[in-house]
Design a protein around this ligand. Structure first.
Ligand SMILES: Cc1cc2nc3c(=O)[nH]c(=O)nc-3n(C[C@H](O)[C@H](O)[C@H](O)COP(=O)(O)OP(=O)(O)OC[C@H]3O[C@@H](n4cnc5c(N)ncnc54)[C@H](O)[C@@H]3O)c2cc1C
Length: 363
């Protein structure tokens, strides 16, 4: 251990989770190193980064939306100022209502006072008329945002590289050791090693007992020159503006899948759905696939390993990393620094033994 370089924290994985965790640790003057390997299927590099107050056909309110989105906005805007890039884009979502059921759900929800502030029943459609297949009806979701996740992760990586604290490495779990209350990996010795590997956590022998239910998502990148790019469109698919007439179009969602690479079946399905959406001419210019680190109970995973207390996890951001990431990265950092505890709802201790995990899956 004498020859090892002492740091406070080793972070494994630099997607959104590792980015935000290292950001808050460095802000608190901690000595950090980040190890990341660009595995196929990483999620942050392909996500659209939407932050929405409601989700799904039943228009359910996002968990703790006001509190989490306010914290997210503050955090992304602080990072924007630090890195000199634009990450947080406030946008509305023009949403197609495909049948009477969806129209009724919309009308019912928008009647509730706590939903009224972000639901517009009479959106202005002049800029999309004649370009999109007309659905049964339309609504507009306000108070949404689009976080430029790939740009954030890439720019933060450059910052870490320039600071000499980023190392491209596919970590070998067998080489992690605990000695005298510190964790040893490679040339470093640290107080804690925090795993932020996204969906690849399923091959981590220290953590693969946790009930992840990872989901593959595939998207197309499509050029649609005549479509305006101020708002996001949700018709058969999401059409999210990327600039230069390009749109992120997606996505699929499958718990069972073969391989991490983009598939022909997904491409065919996405193009079919796009045909049902667009009247305007378009050109498919790319296809991407990623694996979402989704968790059985839809809550993040924060905490310490039960047996090896130098090992920790910050993961399980699921389908809502852009919203959940900042608040829970800060909570994780405060916990690591002994400033506060973890909320039981996100602590991995909620699945502390196999019996509880088994019970969860039987429910
Ligand atoms: C199609 C799609 C659409 C999405 N849309 C949205 C959206 O609109 N809004 C939203 O909030 N979220 C969305 N998400 C989810 C979002 O991408 C995730 O919540 C978030 O990016 C997860 O970040 P992460 O850092 O945990 O994982 P990742 O981004 O996967 O990062 C993990 C990193 O760890 C690295 N790694 C893994 N194992 C090792 C190892 N052994 N050694 C070294 N490095 C390792 C990986 O290569 C990767 O770089 C979407 C995801 C997909 C796939």
């Amino acid at each position: 251990m004498e020859n090892k370089q002492p740091v406070d924290y080793i972070i494994v994985g630099q997607g959104l989770a590792g980015t935000l965790l290292s950001y808050f640790l460095l802000l608190d003057n901690q000595r950090v190193i980040v190890l990341d390997y660009p595995h196929e299927g990483r999620s942050s590099n392909i996500a659209s980064g939407l932050v929405t107050p409601v989700t799904g056909r039943r228009i359910a309110k996002s968990w703790r939306f006001e509190e989490l989105s306010q914290f997210a906005k503050q955090t992304y805007q602080s990072i924007e100022a630090d890195l000199g890039i634009k990450i947080w884009h406030e946008r509305s979502i023009v949403r197609a209502l495909h049948n009477v059921f969806e129209e009724n759900e919309w009308a019912r929800r928008s009647g509730y006072p706590e939903f009224q502030t972000f639901m517009n029943d009479t959106p202005d459609l002049t800029d999309i008329e004649g370009k999109i297949q007309p659905p049964h009806a339309w609504g507009e979701l306000l108070s949404c945002a689009q976080v430029a996740m790939p740009l954030l992760v890439e720019t933060w990586r450059t910052r870490l590289v320039e600071s000499g604290i980023f190392f491209e490495e596919n970590i070998d779990y067998q080489q992690i050791k605990e000695e005298n209350g510190r964790v040893i990996y490679g040339q470093w010795s640290a107080k804690k090693l925090v795993f932020c590997e996204g969906a690849r956590v399923v091959v981590n022998p220290f953590l693969n007992h946790l009930p992840f239910l990872v989901t593959k998502g595939e998207v197309l990148i499509v050029r649609i020159p005549s479509l305006p790019s101020q708002r996001i469109l949700k018709h058969k698919l999401f059409l999210v503006p990327l600039g230069n007439s390009l749109f992120w179009v997606g996505s699929t969602s499958h718990h069972e899948f073969e391989g991490m690479a983009p598939s022909t079946a997904a491409r065919v399905w996405l193009v079919q759905e796009l045909e049902k959406t667009l009247i305007a001419p378009y050109e498919v210019v790319g296809q991407l696939a990623g694996i979402r680190p989704t968790v059985a109970d839809l809550r993040p995973f924060l905490g310490l390993h039960q047996e090896f207390s130098t090992l920790a996890i910050f993961n399980g951001l699921g389908t809502k990393g852009a919203l959940l990431g900042p608040f829970f990265a800060k909570q994780m950092v405060d916990f690591l620094l002994g400033k506060s505890g973890l909320e039981p709802e996100v602590d991995i201790a909620r699945f502390e033994n196999d019996a509880q995990i088994g019970h969860f899956f039987r429910k």
